[in-house]
Design a binder for this molecule. Structure first.
Ligand code: HEC
Ligand code: HEC
Length: 250
């Protein structure tokens, strides 16, 4: 593991020598960043940072990461194709930025939490977070999603969304509903699920549905998983979807 250079305070009264204390802090920060990366980013950018070209760029060996402010902005706000992560604190965002800048073959230096906090201050505060159990789609939307799913997804993910393809000669796929699916996505937002699905699915023809159809299919997936319908449709804008988190049944 590489040592991160993080601007920190070294207080005279510290029992551990200053340099050692800083290294311990840096290692803890790197580890926190690694855990967050595994949970929130690895699905798209890969555990080894290789990405999933051409849909998702590699972060390993990516010179754009020299610009720490750019990473912070991408994570907080999202981009055209990357979901935003509005709920991460400045400390979490700093640990993530520090991790991707120094993991794998990267060596771009650490990122100070204070610097990240100042950047994040320029964005409006994150809205309240909701869960997939809060009635975030409508019955009509799930019904539309069911039709889109049958045409575009069922062939591989199965009519029952359990990953058993209708054609027994085809390989099995991950389930798209119920406990195993929820565990797989627990803690991720619907913006991440929407972006991932849109960028990579159907596997043989990504981006072939409209944004409306992708969220309709997600509404259908949630309804099959037993999540309740509500009064408002699931929108296809990432900012809103980023505030709805996948959680196990309460
Ligand atoms: C759903 C897939 C997905 C997830 C999850 C995701 N990303 Fe990305 N990321 C992308 C895509 C796609 C791009 C290319 C962005 C574009 O072209 O709009 C990207 C671009 C980036 C960039 C480069 C931005 C630039 O300005 O060039 C960084 C840095 C980055 N991601 C970091 C992260 C981190 C850190 C996380 C986890 C907190 C993360 N990403 C999660 C898909 C994803
Ligand atoms: C040609 C077969 C195929 C089709 C069609 C297809 N998928 Fe997939 N899907 C896969 C495979 C294979 C994986 C596993 C990919 C991996 O792990 O890298 C997958 C993974 C996924 C995942 C991630 C599941 C998880 O928990 O890891 C989601 C979500 C998903 N597909 C949604 C969809 C949706 C929605 C559609 C229809 C719009 C669709 N897929 C159509 C083959 C397909």
């Amino acid at each position: 593991m590489k040592k991160l250079v993080v601007a920190g305070l070294c207080l005279g009264w510290a029992i551990v020598p200053c340099a050692v204390a800083a290294q311990v802090d840096d290692a803890a920060l790197f580890e926190q960043g690694e855990q967050l990366y595994e949970a929130q980013c690895a699905r798209c950018h890969g555990a080894s940072g290789a990405g999933n070209p051409p849909a998702v760029p590699a972060l390993s060996g990516n010179d754009a990461l020299a610009n720490a402010a750019r990473i912070v902005r991408a994570v907080r706000q999202g981009t055209a194709d990357m979901p935003p992560f509005p709920a991460l604190t400045a400390a979490e965002t700093a640990s993530l930025a520090g991790y991707v800048r120094n993991a794998w073959t990267n060596d771009f230096g650490g990122v100070a939490t204070g610097e990240v906090a100042a950047l994040l201050d320029r964005f409006p505060e994150a809205g309240p977070m909701a869960s997939v159990w809060d009635g975030v789609f409508t019955e009509a939307q799930a019904a539309r999603g069911r039709r889109a799913y049958s045409g575009a997804c069922a062939l591989c993910h199965g009519r029952r969304l359990n990953g058993a393809p209708d054609d027994p000669d085809m390989r099995s796929t991950p389930p798209l509903a119920r406990a195993r699916f929820v565990r797989e996505w627990e803690g991720s937002s619907l913006a991440a699920l929407f972006a991932y699905t849109r960028l990579t699915m159907p596997e043989d023809n990504p981006r072939s549905l409209t944004d409306e159809e992708y969220v309709d299919v997600i509404a259908y997936m949630l309804s099959v998983g037993g999540m309740p319908a509500g009064n408002g449709e699931l929108p296809h804008d990432s900012r809103t979807l980023a505030h709805i988190v996948m959680q196990p049944r309460p």
